[in-house]
Design a protein around this ligand. Structure first.
Ligand code: ACO
Length: 309
């Protein structure tokens, strides 16, 4: 665990600044040597146990991540190997913080067209490996984590409506320049610190509010449900001020919004799935309840899911 007080010793910041600007109090940092597939595997095991499925039952594994173990093979293939899910088709999905919502919607398509009946969706990140721990404007925001869910076809309930969008024109607002074909790793790329995340926080803030509010409203309209019938809203856990602004703009009931970013910070592709898990575990979402997941991330990407648990 890394608290705001710990960060005070690393960069010129304060617990008060971080709390008031972001709502974050602490975040989880994976021990050195821990990989994204390690976290993904642990979350997958829990999801399979709860779904009472064996690894061999799984036909599709999608890992949403911005921090794969390696550029290739996919982290999902590494998880497949660890699980022994020999019957599964595996691929990773890159949609930054919208990753788990995009992956759930992608898996849903295979269930709807009858191709697969048991899909495992995982959002996992070891962001701490890609954070510049000398940059106070970014290092305070993020944490490591993983969440997972099993999707199966259902006759009633489940995913009722979805919404997705992207805008590559704003790709330069949040990105990691190094390590890919544009700037392959070299002494120069390391000297220039290209292998760390870079962000224009103010612009991202404004667009996150606008896009998440619009997406939440669209999925509610598409799902033909009154907002007051939604038991729980699960926004991407980036910043309490972003969430409050989304709630205001989309006219959502604040008391129904789930937040756990105080404890985890922004875990990117893992964020919505960890929050969904905790919302169910703490009784904020009960069987038969409607819930709305809303995500936003680099790309830009955004998306929402209306589901009935
Ligand atoms: N501690 C103390 N001071 C800081 C820190 C820090 N950690 N970081 C920045 N500051 C200073 C700045 O240098 C600036 O000082 P100045 O006025 O002397 O120039 C001052 O605080 C204000 O900086 P701003 O960037 O204007 O602060 P702002 O209120 O916009 O908050 C923040 C910054 C928290 C990054 C905000 O812009 C934000 O949350 N943006 C969204 C970013 C985000 O969530 N990204 C995640 C990925 S996308 C997603 O998940 C939605």
């Amino acid at each position: 665990m890394l608290t705001n007080r710990d960060l005070e010793k690393m960069v010129d910041t304060s617990d008060d600044w971080i709390r008031t600007r972001t709502g974050i109090e602490e975040r989880r940092i994976a021990p050195p040597g821990t990989t994204t597939s390690d976290l993904a595997f642990a979350a997958a095991q829990q999801a399979l146990k709860q779904a009472r499925l064996k690894p061999q039952d799984i036909e599709l594994i999608i890992v949403a991540t911005t921090t794969p173990d390696m550029l290739f093979p996919s982290t999902s293939c590494l998880v497949q190997q660890r699980l022994g899910a020999t019957q599964a088709v595996c691929f990773d999905l890159s949609a930054a913080c919208s990753g788990s919502v995009f992956a759930m919607i992608t898996a849903q398509q295979y269930l709807l067209n009858g191709r697969y009946r048991n899909a495992l969706v995982i959002g996992a990140e070891v962001l701490s490996s890609f954070i510049d721990w000398t940059d106070r404007s970014t290092c305070i925001l993020f944490g490591d984590g993983a969440g997972a869910c099993v999707l199966q076809p259902v006759k009633r309930g489940g995913i009722l409506a979805t919404d997705m969008g992207s805008d590559g024109r704003a790709a330069d607002l949040l990105y990691m320049p190094g390590g890919g074909s544009k700037h392959p790793p070299s002494h120069q790329s390391v000297d220039q610190r290209l292998h760390f995340l870079r962000m224009n926080g103010t612009e991202i803030f404004k667009l996150a509010v606008r896009r998440m509010a619009e997406s939440a409203q669209r999925v509610i309209t598409t799902g033909k449900i009154k907002p007051e019938r939604v038991a729980c809203f699960i926004p991407h856990q980036a910043n309490v001020r972003i969430i409050e602004a989304v709630v205001k703009r989309a006219n959502l009931p604040p008391e129904k919004v789930f937040m756990n970013l105080q404890r985890y910070g922004n875990t990117s592709a893992a964020s919505n799935l960890i929050a969904l898990y905790e919302a169910v575990k703490t009784g904020r979402i009960k069987r038969g309840d409607h819930a709305v997941m809303v995500a936003f991330g680099a790309g830009l990407t955004w998306g929402s899911i209306l589901l009935q648990w």
